[in-house]
Design a binder for this molecule. Structure first.
Ligand code: NAP
Length: 325
C-alpha cells in the first residue's frame, strides 16, 4: 500500500510518499480502504518526534480517516465489507489502508460526504468527551473555547450551540472571529486586539465561563482562572504555550472550580470505544440533522502532506485540513 512516511524526526521535508507493506485485519479489527485522512496539530508533533504513537500502534502519522471497509477480522459484528465509515485512529491514517479496532469505527453520518467525514472523529470525540462527558456542559451555560477557528474550536462551537449553550471563542485575527460568529460564537474575541477575560466578563455580566476548553496551556492558566465562573470547569487539552505554570489554589477554592486535563490518544481502547459509542448515540443524530458540519478548509492530495502541515503550522486554516487518498 501507499503511505506518507516520516523518514526521520524533523521538518516538513522528512515527509515522503512510499510503498509500505500491506495490512491484514487482526482479531476484532477492520481493514479500511482510506478515502481521506484528517490532519491534526498533533501530527506535527509526531513528525518532529515529540509525540510517538502508543506502543503497538502503526508508526505512520494520522489520527482519523474515512473510507470503505475492505475486510473484517475475526469476531467483528455490526459492520460489513463495503460499508462507508470513518474511524478514530491511534496512528496510521496517512495511508491508502488502515487497520483499526472495530470499536473505534463509526458509520459515515448521513448528510456528510465520505471525504468530509474524515474530519469528524478526532475533533468530535475530543470535544464530546471533554466538554460534555467530563465537564458536563449544560443547556444555558456558557462555554469559552480557545482557538475557536481550529478543528477543535469549530466543532466545539457548533456542538455546544446545538445543545443549547452559549459559546464564547478566542481567535488570533478579525477574519477568524467573523468565521466563529457565523458558526454561533458570541462573543468571538480577537486575543491579539483585546483582553479575552475582560471581554468575556463584560459579555456575561461578570459571570464568566461555566466550562473552558483550553488548547493553550500554561500561558493561559491564571487568565482562565479569572475567566471561569463559580463552580466552573477548566479542561486543558492542548499545551501550545507550555505545560508548567503556577496555580493559585486560593482562587480555585474561592470559585469552587475544577481544573481537568486529558489526552485522547493514550487512553485505553475500552475508554476510547466508550467515547466513540457515546458519540454515535448522542452526536451522530445532530450531524445527520445538520446541526454539526465538518468545517473543511481544504482537501489536498496525500502526496501533499507536507503542504498540509505548512498550512496548520502557519495557522492559515479555519476548521479541518484533509488529505484525499
Ligand atoms: N488532548 C487531546 O485529547 C486533544 C485532542 C485533539 C486536539 N488536541 C489539541 O487541541 C488543539 C487544537 O487542535 P487542532 O488539530 O484543532 O489544531 P489547529 O486547527 O491547528 O488549531 C490550533 C489553534 O490554536 C489557536 N491558538 C494558538 N495560540 C492561541 C492563543 N494564544 N489563544 C487562543 N488560541 C490560540 C490557533 O488559533 P489562531 O490562529 O486564531 O491564533 C489555532 O486555531 C491542539 O493544541 C491539539 O494538540 C488535544
Amino acid at each position: 500500500m501507499r503511505a506518507v512516511v516520516a523518514r526521520s524526526p524533523g521538518g516538513r521535508e522528512v515527509l515522503a510518499l512510499a510503498d509500505v507493506p500491506d495490512l491484514v485485519a487482526g482479531e476484532g479489527e477492520v481493514l479500511i480502504d482510506v478515502v481521506a485522512a484528517g490532519v491534526n496539530r498533533a501530527d506535527i508533533s509526531q513528525r518532529e518526534g515529540r509525540y510517538p504513537p502508543p506502543p503497538g500502534a502503526s508508526e505512520l502519522i494520522g489520527l482519523e480517516c474515512s473510507g470503505r471497509i475492505a475486510a473484517l477480522g475475526a469476531g467483528v459484528d455490526g459492520f460489513g465489507v463495503g460499508d462507508e465509515v470513518c474511524a478514530l485512529l491511534p496512528s496510521g491514517g496517512y495511508a491508502s489502508q488502515v487497520t483499526v479496532a472495530a470499536g473505534l469505527v463509526l458509520p459515515k453520518p448521513d448528510g456528510v460526504s465520505l471525504v468530509d467525514a474524515a474530519g469528524l472523529p478526532e475533533t468530535v470525540c475530543t470535544v464530546w468527551s471533554n466538554v460534555f462527558m467530563l465537564a458536563g456542559l449544560q443547556q444555558g451555560e456558557t462555554l469559552l473555547v480557545h482557538g475557536g477557528a481550529s478543528g477543535i474550536g469549530t466543532t466545539a462551537i457548533q456542538l455546544a450551540r446545538a445543545l443549547g449553550a452559549r459559546v464564547a471563542a478566542t481567535v488570533g485575527s478579525d477574519w477568524k472571529a467573523e468565521r466563529c460568529r457565523e458558526l454561533g460564537a458570541d462573543p468571538a474575541i480577537n486575543y491579539q486586539a483585546s483582553d479575552f477575560v475582560a471581554e468575556l466578563l463584560s459579555a456575561t455580566s461578570g459571570h464568566g465561563a461555566d466550562v473552558i476548553l483550553d488548547v493553550v496551556g500554561a500561558a493561559y492558566l491564571s487568565r482562565n482562572l479569572e475567566a471561569v465562573a463559580t463552580n466552573g470547569r477548566l479542561v486543558v487539552i492542548g499545551l501550545q504555550k507550555g505545560a508548567t505554570a503556577e496555580l493559585n489554589l486560593g482562587a480555585l477554592m474561592a470559585k469552587r472550580a475544577a481544573v481537568l486535563a486529558t489526552g485522547l490518544r493514550m487512553r485505553p481502547l475500552a475508554e476510547k470505544a466508550a467515547i466513540v459509542a457515546s458519540v454515535r448515540e448522542n452526536v451522530w443524530p445532530l450531524v445527520a440533522e445538520g446541526h454539526l458540519k465538518p468545517i473543511v478548509d481544504r482537501v489536498l492530495p496525500l502526496a501533499e502532506a507536507a503542504e498540509a502541515h505548512r498550512v496548520i503550522e502557519a495557522s492559515e486554516h479555519v476548521g479541518k485540513v484533509l488529505l484525499s487518498v
